[in-house]
Design a protein around this ligand. Structure first.
Ligand SMILES: *Cc1c(COP(=O)(O)O)cnc(C)c1O
Length: 370
């Protein structure tokens, strides 16, 4: 019998491989992306669409699921799904489509594609945290330009930083998360014109903004556009879309792992999109609810609420973290942004829910201020 401890090649304790000696220090220093437990809560923290699909559509999904060949790899190009997306997102014929397992995966492909030593990714702050986090993961240097006091692009600073840093990649979310506003489109055009690299316009909230760069995309040689089905109703399927000229899309596609869009997502997303107006109607309901929620927040003394073109509202309130915890104690989960950035001191973010959920939130908020 062999005693493993008598092995002369046994590793001395001080030499034992550990995460600290093996994994890159910038990864060890990262906080993992935190998702709060929402069991039993009114869930207004993650910009999900609160509405389920009609029973007839759910029955169709269950029928395609039964016939799905899950013993086979999926279509690596997801051609049927892309055709549905082209129609439903009104993607011009001359532009190509790349799909991701959520747009998070597309952000990762884009950054991996440019992350040579010394590469710079430019974004604004505050913005969607994944732009910075994935840059760090990929070894690119992220530079965040602060927004102006109205949460708009600070054009002078932006142009100066572009000049100084020559970023390979610039991310602009339109509308922006977590501020909810649409940046001035002329300022975006100035950034595009000044950019020495690729500009990514992230339209995750397009269904609620009804504004897009899609129809202008072919005018710019250095812009790609991102969409996702997550915020408009299919968060659980994980499907992100990148649209752009063939030269860009075919280069980025080399980073895509084969079969990244699974069989069930391909079949069910296509089936939902076949019901043309379904998600659009839900988005319209949520836009109307957003107005109601905005007005309700405005009536509460001490609350400053910001205009939003997305399916969430950002607001400022004294002792935001205390208020956030009191809401949670009453079973309402929103997002506490206090402490995440200096422009977001005492800011909270609430996703627009169903009318009854929004009413519960407003009642709990009133009860939390004393
Ligand atoms: C939510 C969000 C995404 C990520 O969406 P997924 O497709 O679910 O990965 C991307 N960009 C912005 C600005 C977002 O708010």
């Amino acid at each position: 019998m062999i005693d493993p401890m008598s092995n002369s090649k046994r590793i001395n304790n001080s030499m034992r491989p550990s995460p600290e000696t093996v994994i890159r220090p910038e990864i060890m220093a990262l906080q993992s992306y935190h998702v709060a437990d929402a069991t039993g809560m009114v869930k207004l923290d993650a910009m999900e669409n609160p509405y389920r699909l009609p029973q007839a559509v759910l029955d169709q999904l269950s029928a395609v699921t039964i016939t799905a060949e899950i013993n086979r790899y999926p279509d690596p190009q997801a051609l049927a799904l892309k055709a549905m997306l082209r129609q439903s997102l009104q993607i011009p014929d001359q532009l190509e489509i790349l799909l991701g397992n959520g747009s998070d995966e597309i952000i990762q492909m884009l950054i991996m594609a440019v992350a040579k030593p010394g590469a710079v990714v430019l974004g604004v702050e505050p913005a969607f945290v994944m732009f910075k986090m994935i840059s760090v993961l990929c070894g690119a240097r992220f530079v965040g330009v602060p927004l102006d006091t109205e949460f708009n692009l600070d054009l002078d600073v932006m142009l100066a930083v572009i000049e100084k840093e020559s970023p390979q990649l610039i991310f602009i979310a339109y509308p922006n998360n977590p501020t909810g506003n649409l940046f001035d489109s002329e300022r975006i055009e100035r950034v595009i014109a000044a950019a020495p690299g690729l500009v990514v316009i992230d339209e995750a909230y397009q269904a609620f903004a009804e504004k897009t760069f899609m129809d202008r995309l072919s005018q710019y040689p250095n812009v790609v556009l991102m969409r996702t089905l997550s915020k408009s109703g299919l968060a659980g399927l994980r499907l992100g879309v990148l649209v752009g000229a063939r030269v860009w899309i075919s280069a980025i596609d080399k980073l895509r792992l084969p079969y990244n869009i699974n069989v069930l997502t391909q079949l069910t997303a296509a089936k939902v999109l076949a019901h043309e107006s379904l998600l659009a109607e839900q988005a319209a309901l949520l836009r109307a609810e957003r107005t109601q929620l905005y007005l309700a927040l405005q009536t509460i003394a001490g609350v400053v609420v910001y205009q939003s073109a997305a399916n969430f509202l950002l607001f400022r309130i004294a002792d935001a973290t205390t208020v956030f915890n009191r809401l949670k104690d009453q079973g309402v989960l929103i997002k506490d942004l206090n402490g995440s950035h200096k422009a977001l001191v005492n800011c909270l973010r609430v996703t627009v829910g169903k009318p009854e959920e929004n009413a519960q939130f407003i009642a709990a908020l009133r009860a939390s201020i004393y």
